[in-house]
Design a protein around this ligand. Structure first.
Ligand code: R7I
Ligand code: MG
Ligand code: MG
Length: 359
């Protein structure tokens, strides 16, 4: 392992670790809430100016506006955090009930189209085999949507001291809804990225190449273990991650933006969005032309949103990684105040933190 990843959590200051738990879940919430209004849009250069003003306004103390509502990304992330907090030994039946109850309580949170079918089947079958409906999706191939990745951050936090268990639980948490290898491996990659960021000291700046190489090393093992005959599935994430250092080092202009979208994507599929979220996190560690802010989390979220496409989810995943690295102190409280139920997320993060330290 590289030196900078050896900041072991057992030695990490407790206050810092708790702040990182909060930072991660709040970063995830903020990306979802602030990115939500732009989901599915193509963002023009004019829109980028509007987005800059949108963020500037929200940072002003006297600016009042209705809450930006969270979507399925946060609804499901909350269930994952609750599942880990309530049951010391993972109980996936319990998790699937949490997902389903949350969905039927508030179905209009913008869930992926396939998810509704899974939740209906789970409920109708009385949770007989909770992994079966996900296996039946898309004519038996399973979903490769990013719904597994968008909600996985609490698993990285809870199992921060136990990498192998983290992967095992992340895999099962994903397979309740996403059974395609690209859907599962995308969620594992996001989980590993949050985990890596969590274990790093925010006082040291990140070496993007080193961060990527470490991710590649880990996802390569996972991809090689996937029992797939299709070569594309086996190398999809390694290939995308390999493009990131080149994109980070290129001179920034409009053509590069097209190249980023072409090489990494901004879609609803896990392989078109998880590497992009990691890229946003790394890119926002330094200045980005036309994004005027000194706050790294804001820069990450604003940048992710200006890429367009699946904005709530890409910003949510990038926000979770950034928040896990920087912690709560670096969150702009004014910006956070515009996000629905931020106080509940703090309570959830603290409960998860307490439980994780006890286990
Ligand atoms: O992955 P999922 O939970 O959706 C998450 C997204 C996020 O952007 C949220 O913010 C929300 O807007 O939705 O839901 P799924 O229905 O499993 O997957 C999302 C979509 O990906 C599907 O509706 C399909 O359009 C596509 N998709 C596939 N298409 C063909 N074949 C996923 N898997 C397949 C597939 O195997
Ligand atoms: Mg959503
Ligand atoms: Mg989305």
């Amino acid at each position: 392992m590289y030196l900078s990843f050896r900041l072991l959590s057992s030695k990490m200051d407790k206050h810092l670790l708790q702040g990182k738990f909060r930072g991660c879940l709040l970063g995830s919430l903020m990306g979802d809430c602030l990115g939500g209004p732009y989901e599915g849009e193509t963002v023009s250069s004019g829109d980028k100016i509007i987005i800059q003003r949108y963020f500037d306004k929200m940072e002003k103390p006297d600016f009042a506006s209705p809450f930006k509502k969270y979507t399925d990304d946060t609804a499901m992330m909350k269930s994952v955090a609750q599942f880990l907090t309530d049951k010391p030994d993972p109980d996936y039946n319990y998790l699937s009930k949490l997902f389903v109850d949350e969905f039927f309580k508030e179905p209009r949170r913008g869930y992926g189209q396939g998810i509704v079918t899974i939740f209906q089947k789970l409920r109708n079958s009385k949770y007989e085999d909770i992994f079966k409906p996900a296996k039946e999706q898309f004519n038996g191939s399973g979903s490769y949507g990013n719904g597994g990745a968008m909600r996985i951050a609490p698993v990285a936090l809870y199992y921060h001291n136990d990498y192998n268990n983290m992967l095992n639980v992340a895999r099962h948490v994903t397979k309740v809804t996403h059974n395609h290898p690209l859907g599962v491996n995308g969620a594992l990659l996001q989980c590993i990225a949050v985990h890596q960021a969590l274990l790093m000291d925010p006082k040291n700046s990140i070496n993007p190449k080193e961060f990527c190489n470490e991710l590649i090393k880990k996802i390569k093992i996972i991809e090689e273990e996937s029992e797939e005959e299709d070569h594309h599935f086996i190398t999809a994430y390694q290939e995308k991650l390999n493009r990131i250092p080149f994109l980070l080092n290129s001179k920034y202009d409009d053509e590069l933006e097209d190249e980023i979208l072409y090489s990494l994507g901004n879609g609803i599929e896990a392989y078109e969005s998880v590497p992009t979220a990691i890229f946003c996190f790394l890119k926002a560690q330094g200045d980005i032309p036309r994004i005027e802010t000194s706050n790294i989390l804001r820069r990450t979220l604003q940048y992710a949103i200006t890429l367009g496409g699946d904005t709530d989810t890409i910003a949510c995943m990038a926000g979770a990684i950034t928040g896990a690295f920087l912690g709560e102190d670096q969150i702009n409280k004014q910006l956070l105040s515009h996000c629905e139920k931020a106080d509940d997320i703090v309570v959830l993060a603290d409960a998860l933190y307490k439980k994780a330290l006890k286990s």
